[in-house]
Design a protein around this ligand. Sequence first.
Ligand code: TYD
Length: 192
Amino acid sequence: MYIVFEGIDGAGKSTQIQMLKEWLENNGFRVETLVEPTDSEVGKLIRKILQRPDATTDTLQKTLGLLFAADRMLIMDELSEDSKIFISDRSFISSLAYQEPADWIEVLNKYAKKPDLLILLDLDVKKSVARTSGKDTFENEEFLTKVKANYLEISKNFQCEKIDANNGVNKVSSDIKKAVAPYLGICPDCIQ
Ligand code: TYD
């Protein structure tokens, strides 16, 4: 099973993935986590570009679209093992939400693995900006408002569980567990 976490910057993806991983392992599942951008050479180049002040220009957005697609192709083979649950921090759905145009991004990501389950951590844009303190150029209110709207639209095309990420860490974690449990045959009463 390939579970993908998506959401705007600061939504708490990495914390929640760790909490879900531990809980699934306690329930007897084998779990592997992945992060995009990866730590490949392409991923390193992406992180450099993300720090440039002009990263949101059309030219660099297109460049990033190409690089993100290449970066994720490099990990596609890792996802083929059937006996494990893979949980990924971002996926090609991030490219659809952040880069454009959508039809071109779809072509570039034609061979990217589609998620069995999308967990969309839905956070208010103002909270996102406050939490991230403008670490990189994508973390501004106007851009993130567009990305958030894109996510809500795109999520309709996938098996998606939308989680309110404005709540405290433990409440969000328990909401995620409740959402994931039915897909894995875990009894809902066993969730704290
Ligand atoms: P992020 O998960 O926020 O990394 P970090 O925790 O190091 O800040 O990802 C970095 C940025 O990359 C984030 O702003 C979203 C962006 N991004 C895209 O624009 N397109 C993509 O396809 C992916 C995977 C990420």
